[in-house]
Design a protein around this ligand. Structure first.
Ligand SMILES: C[S@@+](CC[C@H](N)C(=O)[O-])C[C@H]1O[C@@H](n2cnc3c(N)ncnc32)[C@H](O)[C@@H]1O
Length: 288
């Protein structure tokens, strides 16, 4: 079952959170003069047209990037992120939104490597097209049409060993929660130095699922575990997703403090009903 297409959701509040965290983690990897590997287990199409029929169906970007992209914040991470979006929309009209592969591709140096995994044939085709026309024909980038959970384990530990895996399932299939936990535990054993960032939704009607995922991670005593959640106003019944979170393993030093400042700055751009929490599952919660 592969009915999910990210084009319907591109640039929403969940993308804003996920892509801020992604850029923040990539900046940490870039801060050392040593190569790294980036793995995107669920890559999507790479870049999205917000004028497409899919994006216009629910205009989900209205609660996300549309509110943020004019930000003049001096928070370095927030300005880096909005700068990337502005660079794609040079005429000052928001039309193109970068997916995680494109945001990461812009960070790669000569010795860095990127693996992009995606199963949906149409998304892979678009990713290859974007790879060729937007991301450049590039031998630092490998595109794999394969299952994320199987593929992720097959290509780890990667070379270079330093690096980051983003795990961003659509959770269309509720088995994905269990698959995420099983895969992350195996991944951690194979690749203990890898930073792992897992996205998850906060669902109005299935609140127990995100709580289950967090407690499954908390029980495993994973190193430097951080959970960062962004909640927006409750949406109309049929939307269901009132926020999202990121679970990070091997979170870099003072990443919590950095995200606290960035999400604090983000709150000034989003609507009044938004809030965030940062915690190390099993310990102290920081609210904003
Ligand atoms: C939330 S979207 C990815 C968005 C992208 N990471 C970004 O931030 O721009 C999830 C993607 O996972 C793909 N997908 C779903 N099941 C998959 C699987 N088992 N293996 C690989 N990709 C899968 C979907 O086709 C979809 O493109």
């Amino acid at each position: 079952m592969l009915s999910y297409r990210h084009g319907y959701h591109a640039g929403n509040h969940a993308d804003v959170l996920k892509h801020l965290v992604l850029l923040g983690l990539l900046q940490r990897l870039l801060s050392k003069d040593k190569p790294f590997t980036y793995i995107d287990s669920h890559s999507g199409a790479g870049v999205y047209d917000l004028n497409s029929a899919e994006a216009r169906l629910n205009t989900e970007h209205a609660s996300g990037i549309s509110r943020v992209w004019h930000s003049r914040s001096d928070d370095p991470l927030l300005s880096l992120y909005v700068g990337r979006v502005r660079a794609l929309n040079e005429d000052g009209r928001l039309r193109w939104y970068p997916g995680s592969p494109m945001l990461a591709a812009d960070c790669l140096r000569a010795e860095d490597h990127m693996h992009l995994l995606e199963l949906h044939p149409a998304e892979v085709e678009e990713l290859r097209f974007n790879h060729l026309h937007g991301l450049g024909t590039d031998d630092r980038v490998s595109i794999h049409q394969r299952d994320a959970f199987e593929g992720l384990l097959a290509i780890t530990p990667p070379e270079p060993r330093r690096g980051l895996a983003l795990i961003d399932p659509a959770y269309e299939d509720k088995q994905d929660y269990q698959k995420v936990v099983n895969t992350v535990l195996k991944l951690q054993r194979r690749w203990p130095v890898g930073i792992v960032a897992v996205w998850y939704p906060l669902l109005a009607r299935q609140r127990d699922r995100s709580a289950w995922l967090k407690s499954a991670f908390a029980r495993e005593n994973l190193p430097d575990l951080l959970s960062i959640e962004l909640s927006v106003e409750e949406q109309a019944e049929d939307f269901g997703m009132h926020g999202s979170g990121m679970l990070i393993i091997n979170a870099p030093w003072q990443f919590r403090e950095q995200m606290q400042a960035t999400l604090g700055a983000l709150m000034k751009e989003l609507s009044a009903g938004c809030s965030f929490t940062i915690d190390s599952p099993g310990s102290v919660v920081t609210r904003g």
